[in-house]
Design a protein around this ligand. Structure first.
Ligand SMILES: *Cc1c(COP(=O)(O)O)cnc(C)c1O
Length: 457
């Protein structure tokens, strides 16, 4: 047992201490997340139906509500060893700058070329596609991290990778696109004229800057209409949260090594995969009555699904071809303002996190982007890492929690997920530095109008 008084700046695990199985939180949930529904019949989507869109083993993982642990195949564990375990860092310098009695830790997932946690699931999904003998996979990417991660994973397993990239990001982030192409991916700005659904969306909304929902529809259409292709998704799905549990398992192992028990665990939430993965083993303890923690999801005020959305069945994509999911949603037609630079643009939220929210286990807060970038800059200057704007939502909430501790004198232990680096987000930083970052917060009417189009049955 290490000396508890000497917590190093970085807590690393040995390779031998890395998780050998992913943790499937659904197994410990008494009230399971609502099942995905077939959009035509409104019946729960079957394994065969899901296997037409997703790789077979991933579809099995999607539906698996029973096995608490699913072994990580050896090939994936070897790939993980190239960039994992990721460090759990004690933010001594940030604590000092804030003058807080709180202890702050962050789990840093930006130590790989793709720059985020998304590689944890990308490599798993590429592995199962290869194992099934597929030619390739299709996907969408918003800010570009998922597409980059998937390109790396596909290059590793020699798979074709077709990426539909939200148009606004394609134009704002040419370097992301080049990283993907360097790893061999084919990148198309979405909506595009290469799919029927893309043509329809362009007809209805000429000049649209695109959305994740549109890009998903295009990627799915390409996959189901081309032999040997399947669609893969970088967030939201149960299987993705399962793969991302590697973050939480490592975090817990590192904390346990030093006998540290967190009070509050914080993560940014787009579709919910990093947060779902980070908190999974801790939520499991809470559900089993073994420990108690506070969990906080942090989202942008411009895309506030958990804090201002409705818990209902909705389409996962704008084209309404994917299964329906019961989730906190702003409506599948919701498109955040184009001046939103902070990522986390998806209209819905993972069904697992949505269920935890509905059950009162997960708290949620939202911040406007100027406050998020202010936290990013403060963090970068004292901790050295240039954070992704997405991650900076979690930083904002961690700083505010620590500042509250300063008022109350509480010595809380705070853990947050630092999901990635911001080198490809300098357009957003530039706007912030120039004082030109505008906040956009949707009105209740705008949200209500979008929610009117929820499927009714
Ligand atoms: C994609 C991404 C997120 C948000 O996705 P989740 O599925 O909600 O985790 C957060 N941070 C970074 C750096 C990302 O790339």
């Amino acid at each position: 047992m290490a000396n508890r008084n000497e917590i190093p700046y970085k807590i690393y695990l040995e390779e031998s201490e890395m998780p050998k199985a992913w943790y499937n939180l659904r197994a410990d949930m008494k009230e399971k997340p609502a099942p995905l529904l077939n959009p035509a019949t409104h019946e729960p989507a079957s394994l065969d139906e899901l296997s037409a869109v997703f790789c077979r083993e991933l579809a099995e993982q999607e539906l698996n509500n029973n096995d608490a642990y699913i072994e990580i195949p050896e090939e994936i564990r070897s790939f993980y060893k190239m960039y994992r375990p990721s460090p759990l860092v004690r933010a001594y310098c940030l604590e000092k700058a804030l003058g807080t009695p709180a202890k702050i830790y962050y789990k840093f997932e930006g130590n790989n070329t793709s720059g985020s946690h998304k590689l944890n699931s990308a490599i798993a999904q590429a592995y199962y596609a290869k194992k099934q003998g597929l030619k390739g996979v299709t996907t969408e990417t918003g800010a570009g991290q998922w597409g980059t991660a998937l390109s790396m994973a596909c290059a590793y397993f020699d798979l074709d990778c077709k990426v539909y990239m939200v148009k606004v990001s394609y134009e704002q982030k040419p370097f992301r696109r080049e990283v993907m192409r360097t790893y061999g991916a084919d990148v198309t700005p979405s909506p595009s004229m290469t799919t029927e659904v893309g043509k329809k969306i362009l007809e209805a909304h000429p000049g649209t800057t695109g959305s994740l929902g549109c890009a998903i529809s295009e990627a799915v259409e390409y996959a189901v209409s081309h032999e040997g292709y399947r669609y893969v998704l970088g967030s939201v799905l149960n299987q993705v949260l399962l793969h991302q549990s590697v973050i939480g398992l490592e975090t817990k192992a590192a904390l346990d090594k030093y006998g540290i028990k967190p009070d509050t665990i914080i993560g940014c939430a787009g579709g919910g995969s990093n947060l779902g993965g980070l908190i999974a083993p801790f939520v499991g303890e809470k559900l089993r009555g073994e420990a108690d923690y506070q969990f906080i999801a942090v989202e942008p005020a411009s895309c506030p699904s958990l804090t201002r959305g409705t818990y209902a069945y909705d389409f996962c994509d704008t084209g309404m071809i994917c299964p329906l999911a019961k989730m906190y949603t702003l409506g599948s037609n919701y498109i955040p303002a184009p001046n939103h630079a902070g990522g986390l643009r998806y209209h819905g939220m993972s069904t697992v996190l949505s269920a935890l929210r509905a059950q009162g286990i997960l708290d949620a807060v939202s911040y406007k982007q100027s406050d998020v970038f202010a936290a990013a800059v403060q963090f970068a200057r004292v901790e050295g890492i240039l954070p992704a704007p997405e991650s900076s939502h979690a930083i904002r909430a961690a700083i505010d929690t620590a500042l509250k501790c300063k008022e109350t004198g509480e010595e809380k232990t705070i853990v947050f997920g630092l999901t990635g680096t911001g080198y490809f987000d300098l357009y957003g930083y530039q706007k912030y530095n120039d004082g030109q970052l505008e906040n956009y917060i949707p009105t209740d009417e705008e949200i209500a109008e979008s929610l009117e189009k929820l499927p009714k049955f």
